[in-house]
Design a protein around this ligand. Structure first.
Ligand code: CP
Ligand code: NVA
Length: 318
């Protein structure tokens, strides 16, 4: 636990994990190799070093979760610490209590804060006022923990990341943005096919291109996007908070389904990924999700190994 500030923002904490682009490439590289190391220690040797013994992670959720909640909780248990789940209505983030006050209270009792929010600004505000590391567990803007765990899966599959091509098909959403950024940092090529009106803003690509020389393909044709893909990736067409748009979105996104016909247009070695939860036979067919090219459950399990690396780095001194 760190000293608690009484009023002013505490300033940037080098251990915050708010976005891919706000972490240094060195840190991200370290986290990826640490995740691989901790996974192998756990799987092969049954070993989990208690580097977070006595430490507590606060987990604030404004939205539902299976993977993020369980992986952070289990990660803390493996590392010798514990986690507290704070449900959407419990603290009334920004309504019952101001976000800076929540950040300052939790900083005096807990060692790190993970938050899943609607507005990305809420996570930035938590980070600005907390004196302990803050982790983005998904916001409307980004899902950086997901993207990093996903690159661990790609690395396990192909042995390396540089020069591999990830083709994202569907909605230009939070998951797509974090994948784009992670691909940039790790020198992967990024192809994206979205319906017109649902693309990632050009500013996202420009921001990335000014820092990293990433090769991108932006199209509205799923087939064009997957032709050179090593990884074909999709996510729901209706993210949490967009439920009212569901009826309007369904017909627009239908041509973007990951199905056997689309896989036939991709290289035979391409793997299929989905951050889950999947709406079966909507954005991805059963045949593909349960087929030989799918890596979705390995991908889900890797959430645990990346969260362990992140926590071990932030509060475990690794
Ligand atoms: N992929 C992911 O973040 O899953 P949850 O919403 O279940 O946490
Ligand atoms: N884009 C999805 C990801 C869920 C893990 C959402 O925000 O709901």
């Amino acid at each position: 636990m760190a000293a608690v500030s009484n009023g002013a923002p505490t300033g940037a904490n080098p251990f915050d994990f708010v976005d891919i682009m706000s972490s240094s490439p060195q840190t991200l590289g370290h986290l990826l190799s640490l995740a691989a190391r901790l996974k192998s220690a756990h799987r092969q040797l049954g070993r989990n070093d208690p580097v977070c013994a006595g430490k507590v992670l606060a987990m604030i959720f404004e939205k539902p979760s299976l993977r993020t909640r369980v992986s952070f909780d289990v990660a803390m248990t493996h590392l010798g610490g514990s986690a507290i789940y704070i449900s959407p209505n419990e603290i009334g983030l920004g309504s019952r209590e101001a976000v800076p006050d929540v950040a300052r209270v939790l900083s005096g009792m807990c060692d790190a804060i993970m938050a899943r929010t609607f507005a990305h600004q809420t996570i930035e505000q938590l980070a600005a006022f907390a004196s302990v590391p803050v982790i983005n567990g998904l916001s409307d803007r980004s899902h950086p923990c997901q993207a990093m765990a996903d690159l661990l899966t790609v690395q396990e599959e192909f042995g390396s990341l540089e020069g591999r091509t990830l083709a994202y098909i569907g909605d230009g959403n939070n998951v797509a943005r974090s994948l784009l950024e992670a691909c940039g940092v790790f020198k992967m090529n990024f192809a994206i096919a979205t319906p017109p009106g649902y693309a990632l803003p050009a500013a996202d690509f420009q921001a990335l291109q000014s820092v990293y020389r990433i090769k991108t393909l932006i199209t509205s044709s799923p087939k064009e996007a997957v032709v050179q893909a090593d990884v074909i990736y999709t996510d729901t067409w209706v993210s949490m908070g967009q439920e009212d748009e569901k009826a309007a979105r369904m017909p627009i996104f239908r041509p973007y389904q990951i199905n056997s016909q689309l896989l036939a247009a991709a290289p035979a070695h391409a793997i299929v990924m989905h951050c889950l939860p999947a709406y079966r036979n909507v954005e991805i067919t059963d045949a593909v999700l349960d087929g030989p090219q799918s890596r979705v459950f390995q991908q889900a399990h890797n959430r645990l190994h990346f969260q362990k690396a992140l926590l071990a780095f932030q509060i475990g001194g690794m």
